[in-house]
Design a protein around this ligand. Structure first.
Ligand SMILES: NC(=O)c1ccc[n+]([C@@H]2O[C@H](COP(=O)([O-])OP(=O)(O)OC[C@H]3O[C@@H](n4cnc5c(N)ncnc54)[C@H](OP(=O)(O)O)[C@@H]3O)[C@@H](O)[C@H]2O)c1
Length: 392
C-alpha cells in the first residue's frame, strides 16, 4: 500500500481528474500533481481531446506559479525550463503516462527531461501502445515508478471504466438504469411509467446522460414513452448518441426522438426486415440507421449492437430500458452496472413488470450478487447501484 502522503496526493489527483467528467471522451479522465518536499508545485487534469495531458497541465501550472509565463502557452514544453522548476519532484498521476506520439509528444519524455525523481501511478493505461510500456520506459530511464494498489488503484481503474472495457473487451461499459415502484414494477399494467421516480432522480439521470457516450432504449420504450433522451437542464459538453434498437420500428409514435435530431445525433439500430420506406423517413429526419444481424433466438444480437457502438468510439452506454431489451442484454452479459431507483410508491397489477424480462435464475442461489454495492437517498427515492464484475 502507498504511504499516507502518497495516498493523499494520489487521491487529490483522482479528484482533479473528475473535474473534466463528461468532457474527455474518447480520452480518459486523468489528474496529476507535482510535489517536492511536501509542497504541491503544480496540479492539472486532462480537459479533453486536443488539450494537454494531465502531467503536462500540472507541469505548466508549476511553471505558471513560478512566474514562467511564456511557457504557459507553448505547446511543447522546454525541458530546461521544466527542470529549473520541477527537478527533484515527484509526479502523482492517476493513469500511466503515455509513451506514444499523438497530438502531443509523449508525457514520458517530459517527465524524464524534466528531472522528476519519482512517479506514482494510479492505474495502467490499457490503450494499445501504452499498457505498461510507459512505466517500463520511465524505469529504464532510471526513474522509480510506484503503481498504486488497494482502494486507490481500484478507484483509478473505475474512473475510466469505459476506456478499460472497450480496450479489453471491444464493447462499451453499459449501465442499466431503471426506476421501479417499491413493489418492483417499472410500469403499470397499462404501460404507464411517467414518472415513477422523483424529479431529483430524473435530474441525476440527465447528468448521467451528459456523462455517457450513448443512451440506448428498445423499440418498445420508444413506442410507449416517446422519449427524447437528451441531457437537459444540466451542463453538457456534448449530447450523447441517442440509440433505439428494434427489428421493426413503429414510428407512428416515437417521433420526439427523430424530430429532435438537431439536438444531437440519433442512431436507429434495426433488422434487415425494416421496410425501406421507414428507413428513408428516418434518414430524412436526420437519423442514421444501421442494420445488424439477429441472434439465434431471432432478436437483434446485443453483442453486435455493442460492437457497432464501440466501432463508433462509444465507451460508455446508459441503457434506459425497457425490461425486454434489458433482460436480453443482461443474459448476453452486456450489462456491467445496475442503477435502480426505488420509489416509495405501490403500483400493483397483474402483469409481470420487473426491470429484467425473460428467463431468470432457477433458484435464488443461481442469481447474481452485485459487487461494490452503494445505497443512496435521492429525494424521496432510494438508489441502489452495483457492479456485475470487478474493474477491467
Ligand atoms: N421505469 C422505467 O425505468 C422504464 C424504462 C423504460 C421503459 N419503461 C416501460 O417499459 C415499457 C416498455 O417495455 P418493453 O419491454 O416493451 O420495452 P423495450 O425493452 O424498450 O423494447 C422492447 C423491444 O426492443 C427490441 N429489442 C431490441 N433488441 C432486443 C433483444 N435482444 N431482445 C428482445 N427485444 C429486443 C424489440 O423490438 P423488435 O421486436 O422490433 O425487435 C422489443 O420488442 C413501457 O411501459 C415503458 O413505459 C419503464
Amino acid at each position: 500500500l502507498l504511504s499516507g502522503d502518497d495516498a493523499r496526493y494520489l487521491e487529490f489527483a483522482l479528484d482533479l481528474a473528475e473535474k473534466a467528467k463528461g468532457y474527455t471522451s474518447p480520452n480518459p479522465l486523468v489528474g496529476a500533481v507535482v510535489v517536492r518536499k511536501g509542497r504541491i508545485l503544480g496540479e492539472g487534469w486532462h480537459a479533453g481531446p486536443g488539450c494537454d495531458h494531465a502531467e503536462i497541465a500540472a507541469i505548466r501550472d508549476a511553471l505558471r506559479r513560478k512566474g514562467r509565463k511564456a511557457h504557459a502557452f507553448e505547446s511543447v514544453l522546454d525541458a530546461g525550463a521544466v527542470r529549473s522548476v520541477c527537478a527533484g519532484s515527484s509526479m502523482y498521476v492517476t493513469l500511466e503516462p503515455c509513451c506514444t506520439v499523438g497530438r502531443t509528444p509523449p508525457c514520458t519524455t517530459a517527465l524524464v527531461g524534466g528531472g522528476f525523481v519519482r512517479i506514482v501511478v494510479g492505474a495502467i493505461d490499457p490503450s494499445p501502445g501504452v499498457d505498461g510500456r510507459g512505466i517500463q520506459l520511465l524505469r529504464a530511464a532510471g526513474i522509480p515508478v510506484e503503481l498504486a494498489d488497494g482502494p486507490l488503484a481500484h478507484r483509478a481503474k473505475r474512473q475510466n471504466d469505459g476506456l478499460r472495457k472497450s480496450v479489453r473487451r471491444g464493447v462499451p461499459f453499459v449501465t442499466y438504469k431503471y426506476a421501479m415502484s417499491l413493489d418492483g414494477r417499472v410500469a403499470t399494467d397499462s404501460g404507464d411509467s411517467c414518472w415513477i421516480s422523483s424529479t431529483e432522480s430524473r435530474d441525476l439521470v440527465h447528468r448521467w446522460r451528459a456523462w455517457s457516450d450513448a443512451v440506448v432504449v428498445g423499440a418498445g420504450t420508444l413506442a410507449r414513452d416517446d422519449p427524447r433522451l437528451t441531457a437537459r437542464g444540466v451542463e453538457c459538453a456534448q449530447q450523447p448518441l441517442r440509440v433505439v434498437v428494434g427489428r421493426r420500428l413503429d414510428i407512428r409514435r416515437g417521433c420526439a426522438l427523430f424530430q429532435s435530431a438537431d439536438d444531437g445525433p440519433v442512431l436507429a439500430v434495426v433488422g434487415k426486415d425494416l421496410p425501406p420506406e421507414v428507413r428513408e423517413i428516418l434518414e430524412g429526419l436526420g437519423a442514421e440507421t444501421a442494420v445488424i444481424p439477429e441472434d439465434p433466438s431471432g432478436e437483434l444480437d446485443p453483442a453486435e449492437v455493442c460492437r457497432l457502438l464501440a466501432a463508433r468510439h462509444v465507451q460508455t452506454v446508459l441503457l434506459e430500458g425497457g425490461p425486454t431489451i434489458a433482460g436480453a442484454w443482461w443474459r448476453a452479459g452486456m450489462i456491467d452496472k445496475i442503477a435502480g431507483f426505488i420509489s416509495p410508491r405501490i403500483l400493483g397489477g397483474l402483469e409481470h413488470r420487473g426491470p429484467l424480462l425473460g428467463p431468470g435464475a432457477a433458484g435464488v442461489h443461481d442469481g447474481t450478487g452485485l459487487r461494490e454495492v452503494e445505497i443512496a437517498r435521492v429525494g424521496p427515492d432510494v438508489l441502489v447501484t452495483g457492479y456485475r464484475e470487478g474493474p477491467f
